[in-house]
Ligand binder design. Structure first.
Ligand code: BGC
Length: 458
């Protein structure tokens, strides 16, 4: 291996490790959203929760996350992306431990909101941080480490949930164990470089050069070139909230906020949170088949996210969106069919399980990773952390809304109507992607910026 090849390989290793550690933020996100369904089964009788209190235990995380993302929108520019991830890890550890030992519902709800706050900060900042240290040709895969960690977190939560179901005070363990990945992330992040783009916002050219040298092949010229490109794209913007009103930023916000909403209102979390309930309502009353089905959902979600990770920088974001969202919409319509009645129970169960798997696979290669990726890469540097935080807040708010309304929607429209409604939203999403989402594969963040500036002019 020549010297330059060795240096390129070393740089690739460094940037991959950097992204993997920051991506652990996704593990906290996935673990905590995945664990609560299982934990709630025993928290409810332990604390004699009424349904309002149970709803608050679940809803505290997404609502806290909206607040955390808001906080990140201010802190990520002032204190840097890396420091905020560290803060998120610390908040999370405190929240996980307090929730595990909480003496009653009030402390539990408050500590869950604290956990949500940590998750909100982490999910607003970690993808942005990764996108800012990644080279253009690897950015899609590296930012997708975050989503991969989300899916692994959900799967681990399902497994931990089953492992502790029959253990005394099992839910305390389930909640407390969330502190482990947070501690790992906190320790790992200390050794990582700061985002070179953030350093440049702060006029620290020497610091940016050093940070880039850790994650790029040796060669002062290429590094200086990259620094020049970042500096020239910064223009005279000040990075205030009012800069979000600039036409080029608005054009990007249409894409970011649009995908934030559509990622949630196509119903992914109805499946993540309620898979066993959905399977059981097709008629089978075996709890173990229902549990198996939700494990299947978790595993499929992880595996197909790995597929996405390998394809995003090759096939491109748009193609994967078209394929994935079409699959999501089609499978939601077939999931609705499973509830239409008049078909043998085995057929409807097989149809429901098959549809769920296709739905999750399609989400995992499209809206799952691509929303977080685009949300981190489409905004100009001066407003990136604010705009990405706005996308993150929107996403968490709609996450909350969909989980809150799902069961009511079924009462109102029946399963058939509810899933067909989500399927129809899938069709709207397809149109939205075709019309608004640009291809960002292989482009530098500054070239992406130029796409939206052009768009705003026409
Ligand atoms: C979404 C979450 C969802 C998860 C499932 C994420 O991209 O934001 O709401 O639970 O994917 O894998």
């Amino acid at each position: 291996m020549s010297g330059s090849e060795a240096s390129a390989a070393q740089a690739k290793r460094n940037v991959t490790i950097t992204a993997a550690i920051a991506g652990l933020a996704g593990l906290l996100f996935g673990y905590d959203t995945g664990i609560i369904a299982g934990a709630l089964l025993t928290i409810t009788p332990d604390f004699s929760l009424n349904s309002l209190q149970a709803g608050m235990v679940v809803g505290a995380v997404p609502i806290g996350a909206v607040g955390g993302a808001w906080f990140a929108s201010k802190g990520a520019d002032r204190h840097g992306r890396r420091s905020l991830i560290l803060v998120a890890a610390a908040i999370f550890v405190v929240g996980a431990i307090v929730s595990a030992v909480s003496p009653g519902p009030l402390i539990l709800i408050l500590s869950r909101a604290v956990i949500g706050f940590g998750i909100g900060v982490a999910s607003a900042v970690a993808p942005v941080y990764i996108s800012e240290v990644a080279p253009p040709d690897l950015r899609g895969s590296l930012v997708t480490f975050f989503q991969l960690a989300v899916t692994i977190g959900i799967l681990v939560a399902y497994l931990v949930g089953y492992a502790f179901t029959d253990v005394g005070d099992g839910w305390r363990w389930m909640l407390g164990l969330g502190a482990v990945p947070a501690i790992a992330m906190g320790i790992g992040i200390i050794r990582l470089p700061n985002s070179p783009r953030w350093l440049l916002m702060d006029d620290d050219v020497e610091g940016a050069r050093k940070a880039l040298a850790m994650v790029r092949p040796a060669g002062a010229e290429a590094i200086d070139l990259e620094i020049g490109e970042i500096q020239s794209s910064m223009g005279g913007d000040t990075g205030n909230w009012k800069d979000l009103r600039k036409p080029a930023v608005q054009a990007a916000l249409v894409v970011g906020l649009g995908l934030a909403i559509l990622q949630q209102i196509t119903g992914i979390n109805t499946v993540i949170y309620y898979a066993p309930t959905i399977i059981q309502s097709t008629g089978i009353d075996s709890a173990s088949s229902a549990i198996l089905a939700s494990l299947g959902v978790g595993i499929t979600n992880v595996l197909m996210t790995v597929v996405a990770l390998r394809l995003l920088d090759r096939v491109g974001r748009r193609t994967l969106l078209f394929i994935g969202v079409s699959g999501m919409s089609a499978s939601l319509f077939s999931l609705g069919l499973a509830f239409i009645g008049g078909i043998p129970e085995t057929v409807s169960t097989v149809l429901a399980i098959g549809s769920l798997m296709v739905f999750v696979s399609s989400f995992a290669i499209s809206l799952g990773p691509i929303f977080w990726l685009l949300n981190a890469e489409i905004y100009p540097l001066s407003v990136r952390s604010k705009a990405a935080a706005a996308g993150t807040m929107t996403n968490w708010f709609f996450n909350f809304l969909v989980s809150l309304t799902f069961l009511g929607l079924i009462d109102l429209l029946t399963e058939v109507g509810a899933f067909w409604l989500y399927g129809a939203v899938g069709l709207v999403t397809l149109w939205f992607c075709w019309k608004f989402v640009p291809e960002t594969k292989g482009k530098s963040l500054e070239q992406i910026d130029a796409i939206f500036k052009r768009r705003a002019r026409t």
